[in-house]
Design a protein around this ligand. Structure first.
Ligand SMILES: Cc1cc2nc3c(=O)[nH]c(=O)nc-3n(C[C@H](O)[C@H](O)[C@H](O)COP(=O)(O)O)c2cc1C
Length: 377
C-alpha cells in the first residue's frame, strides 16, 4: 500500500490491519528478530516452535538471524538453514506458528567479521576488508576478541550471493511466509555498505554505488525466488556496534534505500539508534523520519518503542508498522496486553541467550501469559 494512502488513514494505530507485501496482517505489531541461541549445533528445536507459536498474535514474526553457510556463523547454537536437518527443524516452527494463524519470516544472515576461527572450524572469518570489528564473542574456547578477518577475493563474492539464494529457497521449503535480509548491526552486508569496514578497490568498494553492490546483488538473487512482496530487509543506518562507522552514513543509506525502491519489497525495517551513542555520548537523531521521504514502500520502524511511542509514529505517517524486540521477548501476548493496557512482565537479560540444553526453557518459553481474571479482583 503506498505510504500516502496510509497517511490519510486517521484511524491507523498498532491494532489496525495492514497490507504488508503479499499479506494482510491483523495488526501492525511485528516481533523483531532476536537471537536466542537455543538451536543446538545449528538445528532448530521443538522448544523454538513453542516459543515462536506463543508469540503468533504478532502481525508478523521475524525469526532470529539464521546462518546461510557454515562460514557465516558468529554464535554458539544459532540456527542455520543450509542443510536438510536445519530445514526440517524449521518446519516444526512454521507449522506451529501457522496453526495459530501467525505469519513468520526467516531472517537470513552472514556474520562476516563478527566471528572467530573457534566458531568456524579453525577458518578465518571473511569480510570486505581485513579490518577487525570491535567486540568479544563466546566461543567453545571461552570469550575472545573478534578475529581479524581475511578480505574476500572478488571471485568469492558471487558464491556468497548464491548461498543467500539457496537459503531463500530453503526457507520456502521450510514453510516460511517470507524472508528478511539482515543488513544491519555490523554483519557482512552492513560491513560492505560502510566505508569504515569496506576499503576494497574492486567493484565492491570505494564509491557508495560499489559498496551497495553486494546488498543489491543479494536482493536481486532472493527476489528471483520469492518475488519482492515477500521480502524485507533490516538496516541500521546509525549503528556503531562492533566498531561500525561510515564517513557519511546519511549519503550511504539514502543511496541504498532509494536503490531498494524498484524491488517493491514487502518492507524495509529501520532500526533506530539509542538516543545517545553509548561509546561517545553523542546525541543520535532518529533515522525513520529522515529516510521516510526517500522510501516509497512500507517501513517497519524499530528500537525503543512502547505502545504510546508506537502509536505516535504510526500517526505521524513516518512508518506503517512497528517492531518490538525486548517487549515481545518478555510478553508472549504483547498485542493483548497493549489492547488491555495490562501490566508487562519483567525482562530478564540474563536468559536472553541460551547456554546449552539444560534449562533452555528458562527465560524463553516460561514468561507468563496475561490472566485477565487477575484484574477482576
Ligand atoms: C536478545 C536479543 C537478540 C537480538 N538478535 C537480533 C537478531 O538476531 N537480528 C536482528 O536483526 N536484531 C537482533 N536484535 C535487535 C532487535 O531486533 C531490536 O532491533 C532491538 O532489540 C531494539 O528493539 P527493542 O527496543 O524493541 O528491543 C536482538 C535484540 C535482543 C534483545
Amino acid at each position: 500500500m503506498p505510504a500516502n494512502e496510509l497517511l490519510m488513514n486517521e484511524e491507523m494505530n498498532l491494532f489496525s490491519p495492514v497490507q504488508l507485501g503479499a499479506y494482510n496482517l491483523p495488526n501492525r505489531m511485528v516481533m523483531a528478530p532476536m537471537t536466542r541461541l537455543r538451536a543446538f549445533e545449528g538445528i532448530p528445536q521443538l522448544l523454538m516452535a513453542e516459543y515462536y507459536s506463543q508469540r503468533a498474535s504478532a502481525g508478523l514474526i521475524v525469526t532470529e538471524c539464521t546462518m546461510v553457510s557454515p562460514l557465516s556463523n558468529g554464535y554458539i547454537d544459532c540456527p542455520g538453514i543450509y542443510n536438510s536437518e536445519q530445514i526440517n527443524g524449521w518446519k516444526q516452527i512454521t507449522k506451529a506458528v501457522h496453526a495459530k494463524d501467525g505469519k513468520v519470516f526467516l531472517q537470513l544472515w552472514h556474520s562476516g567479521r563478527v566471528a572467530h576461527p573457534a566458531l568456524l572450524n579453525g577458518e578465518l572469518p571473511v569480510a570486505p576488508s581485513a579490518i577487525a570489528g570491535i567486540g568479544q564473542l563466546h566461543t567453545p574456547v571461552g570469550k575472545v576478541d573478534l578475529a581479524t578477518p581475511r578480505a574476500l577475493e572478488t571471485h568469492e563474492i558471487p558464491e556468497i550471493v548464491e548461498q543467500f539464494r539457496t537459503c531463500a529457497k530453503n526457507a520456502e521449503i521450510a514453510g516460511f511466509d517470507g524472508i528478511e535480509l539482515h543488513g544491519a548491526f555490523g554483519y557482512l552486508i552492513d560491513q560492505f555498505l560502510q566505508d569504515g569496514s569496506n576499503q576494497r578497490t574492486d567493484e565492491y568498494g570505494g564509491s557508495i554505488e560499489n559498496r551497495a553492490r553486494f546488498l543489491l546483488e543479494i536482493v536481486e538473487a532472493v527476489t528471483s525466488v520469492w518475488g519482492g512482496n515477500k521480502i524485507g530487509i533490516k538496516l541500521s543506518p546509525s549503528n556503531t556496534f562492533y566498531g561500525m562507522k561510515d564517513s557519511n552514513p546519511q549519503a550511504t543509506f539514502s543511496y541504498v534505500i532509494d536503490a531498494l525502491n524498484p524491488f517493491k519489497l514487502a518492507y524495509i525495517h529501520l532500526m533506530e539508534p539509542n538516543e545517545v551513542d553509548l561509546a561517545t555520548g553523542e546525541v543520535l537523531n532518529p533515522v525513520t523520519p529522515l529516510f521516510r521521504p526517500i522510501y516509497q514502500g512500507t517501513i517497519i520502524t524499530n528500537g525503543g518503542y512502547d505502545k504510546e511511542k508506537g502509536n505516535a509514529i504510526l500517526a505521524s505517517g513516518n512508518a506503517e508498522l512497528v517492531s518490538f524486540g525486548k517487549l515481545f521477548l518478555a510478553n508472549p501476548d504483547l498485542p493483548q496486553r497493549f489492547e488491555l493496557d495490562a501490566a508487562l512482565n519483567e525482562l530478564n537479560p540474563r536468559t536472553f541467550y541460551g547456554r546449552g540444553k539444560e534449562d533452555a526453557e528458562k527465560g524463553y518459553t516460561d514468561y507468563p501469559f496475561f490472566n485477565p481474571q487477575l484484574i477482576a479482583v
